[in-house]
Write a protein that binds this ligand. Structure first.
Ligand SMILES: *Cc1c(COP(=O)(O)O)cnc(C)c1O
Length: 394
């Protein structure tokens, strides 16, 4: 008897459910900022990557409308055909100047940019070295590529050095780390990574999805926050979907690298260009991020306040100084129970579970944004404390 085709679909979904790892999307009504409306109920939103509060910013909503009037809503083609508008060029140049990088290629998403780079630059005889906690888009691209991939222990330069020293004969070595780790909130030691790469003739790529806009002078990211120029990192990538509040992504590097992407990268070439209205809006967002330092200052105050209160209430914080402040819970179902208890009190935080994070490190991923007020944080910390204690008592 032949088995039922694609039986794994049902099997794996059932398995996810029985392991409390099943996921589905929850629709949000209207715009999101300090609160989100779900099923007619208002929740304090502690689960957003909109760190600078720009996703529903009135000035940016107007910019998107203005961009639509000026350039239309669809690009009408891929970048090498007719999908590259003057606005793509202008905003690209603006970003290059802001970030101090030589050249930039736009991508539809960070996911696609990461897949593109790994696919484009690495083949069978090369070596890809990634921090163990790198984002799924990087890990998956590495796993699907014929390249040899090794992972070094999280932020462990010694381990990286061991791997690099053992592979001196390999010509093309690419080391990739996130700038700010998306599920842990801690930062990579970029200067040490850079030193290791330079002394072993490897390239360094930083995925700064959670650092751009939030860290560094004028929001120029994790690298500049550590007093290194973005231009001195071989490949610097980030997205417009986190602190910039919109969507889309870019890769930056030498003009020659970007030229190579433009000529050889299929995810760059065979995709419709980002909508021009959206690109115009990205440009306006970058201007706000660059000039409105008060947003970063306010966010820093909120982060410090959250940490102070959490220590007072002895919450299991993880070592992070960024807007990503995970509360370590451990077991997946405990994390879900706590997250559900918080929802009953009107707080939205997501329980992050394996396989997104390692086994037994399920956590509440609390993220702070400019939209929060101190009283929101006081309420949050007290409610987390109660929910954790109630769970211990059971
Ligand atoms: C969100 C994220 C991405 C993917 O970016 P998208 O534009 O959302 O596809 C890549 N890397 C990291 C570290 C991220 O957090």
């Amino acid at each position: 008897m032949p088995i039922k085709p694609f039986a794994f679909i049902n099997d794996q979904l059932e398995q996810r459910k029985s392991q409390h790892l099943y996921r589905s999307s929850v629709p949000i009504n209207g715009k999101q900022s300090r609160y989100i409306d779900i099923n007619g109920k208002q929740y304090l939103n502690f689960s957003s990557n909109d760190y600078l509060g720009l996703a529903s910013d009135p000035a940016l909503i107007n910019a998107w409308k203005k961009g639509a009037d000026l350039f239309g809503i669809g690009s009408g083609g891929s970048y090498l055909v007719t999908g590259y508008n003057q606005v793509h060029r202008d905003v690209t140049q603006q970003l290059q100047e802001w970030l101090g990088v030589e050249s930039i290629a736009l991508f539809s998403s960070g996911y696609s940019a990461n897949q593109a780079i790994i696919k484009l630059l690495l083949s069978k005889n090369d070596l890809l070295i990634q921090d163990k906690l790198n984002h799924a888009s990087l890990m998956e691209a590495g796993a699907n590529s014929p390249v040899k991939m090794q992972r070094f222990k999280h932020n462990n330069i010694q381990h990286l050095q061991t791997i690099l020293s053992a592979n001196t004969e390999i010509d093309n070595k690419l080391v990739i780390s996130e700038g700010v780790f998306s599920m842990d909130g801690d930062c990579a030691p970029i200067d040490s990574l850079q030193q290791q790469c330079q002394s072993h003739q490897a390239w360094l790529m930083i995925d700064d999805a959670h650092g751009l806009g939030v860290l560094g002078k004028e929001g120029t990211g994790s690298v500049s926050a550590q007093n290194i120029n973005n231009n001195d990192i071989d490949i610097y990538m980030s997205t417009f979907g986190k602190a910039l509040g919109i969507g889309g992504a870019f890769v930056s590097g030498s003009s020659q690298l970007i030229d190579y992407i433009t000529n050889f990268s299929k995810p760059y070439i065979y995709t419709t260009g980002l909508p021009p209205a959206m690109v115009y809006c990205i440009g306006e967002s970058a201007r706000i991020v660059q000039t409105q330092q008060w947003r970063r200052d306010h966010l820093s105050e909120l982060i410090a306040y959250f940490k102070l209160l959490s220590m007072k209430f002895e919450l299991p914080l993880m070592p992070s100084n960024t807007a990503i402040q995970p509360i370590l819970i451990g077991l997946s179902d405990t994390a879900i129970t706590i997250s559900q208890t918080l929802k009953k009190s009107g707080i939205w935080t997501t329980a992050i579970r394996p396989p997104t994070v390692p086994n037994n490190t399920a956590r509440l991923r609390v993220t702070l944004t400019v939209n929060h007020q101190k009283q929101d944080i006081e309420f949050l910390v007290k409610q987390i404390k109660q929910a954790i204690d109630a769970n211990l008592d059971e």
